[in-house]
Design a protein around this ligand. Structure first.
Ligand code: PMP
Length: 465
């Protein structure tokens, strides 16, 4: 039995408000409403300090792939902490878990990506990718080849550089971006593609846009194209069939590297350890991953780097210039031990196989049960990465007034009956732990169905719809 009497919710709530500055927070509502304080967890469930239980339809933040409360993960942390809790991997140093995890990751990633560089989060790894590629082009005598192309609604992190890569405009409001570096092309938003365009025509349009963008900047100036296989925080945008393969061919034609940001899509969310090659049929030059790498039990991220890039970066130089990039916690032994254990658990449970079956059922059930609701414009995604987009009008796809905060209303209704879904403006995002049972999937689908109908009724009652 979990003991919640040890938590003083009111005191925690007040001190949180006073001292804990939260990321990505609307302080106007935060200062009124404060925080929901999560204190305990088990399987697919989290519990707040008052003992209320929620099925976590978000897996923390697309993270907790193997589910909560896994004792083996705690044991792996303890064992490694007792052996050696920290050592640097700068220069010629390393630790057994860092070596073993690198070897394992190299065996899971596309064959040509056999080198691993560690960080502690997706933003950091995307920053690393840009610095590495710039270093590469400096070394091969192409110092002008530095420009980066990313997509609107792509999310790549919130350090200065990774937020500059990020194309979600809302996230830029009030902040600055790194100048003269990043160029944007359209995100593949099939639902909101230009009227009258078929999906294959839309794909032609998107691929052509990438090519034209490279040509307009000048291929000799373009270093890299950055994209998520399925854009996550931008609204779970599944590209048209063949999109990634065709974009990869364009990039190859002009000597432009591809960074596939698999921070969300790696480690099983779509039913494969890495999705770029196995699901989308293209081989990037760098893959970044984080989150599911340790199921969020401890911070760890990784760049999988191609032999082509590594071979240039690692050439000894007569003048002694070395690769001066890295972090105190690169290859942290406890994080790497947890990553290894996480992968071992995933493989033992055949979690990818489970996702291909139950995740597909989740996808199909959401589409089947929710698509026809009047408020629902689109249900999209793949396996355990899904999004519901609400609209005022199904035919015109017109959005509701943002002040209605439709995503929040749906999330609040779900939360009241023990389900967490993520509101993002007029969208709700679902990214549950990958261990969900069929019964848990059915609970999510029926709870959402009722929540959306209740919200529709409320809007009618309030004269808003
Ligand atoms: N890339 C993607 C695709 C992400 O979804 C995120 C975070 N949600 C990041 C990068 C940034 O990762 P982090 O927050 O760990 O820095």
């Amino acid at each position: 039995m979990k003991d919640f009497s040890k938590y003083n919710t009111k005191e925690l709530w007040n001190n949180d408000l006073k001292h804990n500055m939260h990321p990505f927070t609307d302080f106007s509502s935060f200062k009124k409403e404060g925080s929901l304080i999560m204190a305990e967890s088990e399987g697919a469930y989290v519990f707040d300090t008052d003992g209320r239980k929620y099925l976590d339809g978000i897996a923390g933040l697309w993270c907790v792939n193997i589910g909560y409360g896994n004792e083996e993960m705690g044991q792996a942390m303890l064992d490694q902490t007792r052996r050696i809790p920290y050592y640097s991997s700068f220069g010629h140093l390393t630790t057994p878990p860092a070596v073993e995890l690198s070897t394992k990751l190299a065996s899971l990633a596309p064959k040509s990506l056999s080198h691993v560089f560690y960080g502690t989060g997706g933003s950091m790894s995307n920053d690393t990718a840009v610095r590495m590629v710039h270093f590469y082009f400096n070394r091969i005598g192409k110092p002008n080849k530095k420009q980066i192309i990313t997509r609107t609604d792509g999310y790549h992190g919130s350090t200065y550089l990774s937020m500059t890569l990020t194309g979600v405009e809302y996230d830029h409001i009030g902040f600055d971006l790194a100048p003269d570096l990043v160029h944007r092309v359209s995100a593949p938003n099939v639902y909101r593609r230009p009227a009258g365009m078929t999906v294959p025509e839309y794909c032609d349009f998107l691929v052509n846009e990438v090519e034209q963008k490279i040509l307009s900047i000048g291929p000799e100036n373009v270093a890299m194209f950055v994209a998520e296989p399925i854009a996550g925080a931008g609204g779970v945008l599944v590209p048209p069939e063949g999109y990634h393969q065709r974009v990869a061919a364009v990039c190859k034609k002009y000597g432009v590297f591809i960074l596939s940001d698999e921070v969300v899509t790696a480690f099983g969310r779509l039913g494969e350890m890495f999705s770029s090659e196995k699901i989308f049929g293209f081989t990037p030059d760098i893959i970044t991953c984080a989150k599911g790498l340790t199921s969020g039990y401890i911070p760890l991220s990784a760049n999988m780097i191609s032999d082509e890039i590594y071979d240039v970066i690692s050439v000894p130089q007569a003048e002694g210039a070395s690769f001066t990039h890295g972090f105190t916690y690169s290859g942290h032994p406890v994080s790497c031990a947890v990553g290894l254990k996480n992968i071992e658990i995933m493989e033992r449970m055949d979690l990818c196989g489970h996702v291909r079956e139950v995740g597909k059922y989740f996808e199909n059930q959401l589409i089947e049960k929710l698509s026809n609701l009047p408020l629902v414009g689109d249900v999209r995604g793949s396996h355990f990465m899904m999004c519901i987009e609400s609209v005022a009008n199904k035919e015109t796809k017109e959005l509701l007034d943002p002040n209605i905060a439709i995503g929040n209303r749906i999330a609040d209704k779900c939360q009241a009956v023990g389900l967490l879904v993520r509101p993002l403006a007029h969208k709700n995002i679902l990214s549950p732990p990958l261990t969900l049972s069929v019964a848990e999937v059915d609970f999510i689908v029926s709870t959402l169905h009722k929540a959306i109908i209740d919200v529709q009724d409320d809007l009618v009652k309030e004269g808003l719809w």
